[in-house]
Write a protein that binds this ligand. Structure first.
Ligand SMILES: O=C(O)c1cc(=O)[nH]c(=O)n1[C@@H]1O[C@H](COP(=O)(O)O)[C@@H](O)[C@H]1O
Length: 191
């Protein structure tokens, strides 16, 4: 059975009959299988040990994955949150899904976002905000987004990412005094 057939046949609802560990394990396998599939191999041309790219759109554009991801991430958000902010365009599908799941409004930061051109959508002074990413690598995008949110006078209550490629984001966010919450830290076993 192909990945497409398996995902189409599989349930995508959270069910009380599935233990949480199994639920997470199945989502992890589906997410990485979809994310690596179409992605090019970094370093392959230069002869270095190749590391596959992970395409955040490939796993977020499957409703069976996105719906479960949003439900699980929503459970991990802190209480008394006022808003979500997507750290980049590639975090918009996940942020939209979590917003629908929780009822929280959201704003979007993009590559062109600067202090003169703040994230799209409302952000109000004093709000408690979670920054959402589909994927963190160096953590730079998340840190820049958090700084822009803070520049609007809002409080960043953590950065939540579906996947961290374990290539430095936790150190960078630590240095910026931001809490990084990772659903799936990428390991060699995921490839
Ligand atoms: O830029 C990357 O290194 C990257 C590698 C990869 O495998 N997949 C991938 O999506 N990216 C990009 O990495 C961004 C986040 O990178 P950092 O800002 O370094 O955390 C994402 O928004 C993607 O645009």
């Amino acid at each position: 059975m192909s990945l497409d057939q398996e995902l189409a046949a599989g349930y995508d609802e959270i069910t009380v009959f599935l233990p949480p560990g199994l639920r997470l394990g199945e989502l992890r396998a589906d997410l990485f299988a979809a994310g690596y599939r179409a992605a090019p191999q970094r370093g392959a041309a230069s002869g270095e040990a190749s590391v596959p790219d992970l395409d955040p759109y490939a796993f977020q554009t499957r409703p069976t994955i996105l719906r479960r991801l949003a439900a699980i991430l929503a459970e991990r958000l802190p209480d008394r949150l006022d808003r979500l902010v997507a750290a980049s365009a590639s975090a918009v599908p996940l942020t939209t899904a979590v917003a629908l799941h929780t009822g929280l409004p959201f704003a979007v930061a993009g590559e062109t976002t600067t202090s003169e051109s703040p994230p799209l959508g409302d952000i109000h002074r004093g709000e408690r905000i979670a920054v959402l990413a589909a994927l963190t690598v160096s953590g730079d995008t998340a840190v820049r987004t958090a700084a822009l949110v803070q520049a609007q006078g809002a409080e960043v209550c953590g950065v939540f990412t579906a996947v961290d490629r374990t290539q430095g984001a936790s150190g960078l966010l630590d240095g910026a005094e931001l809490d990084l919450h990772v659903l799936f830290p990428e390991g060699s076993a995921d490839r």
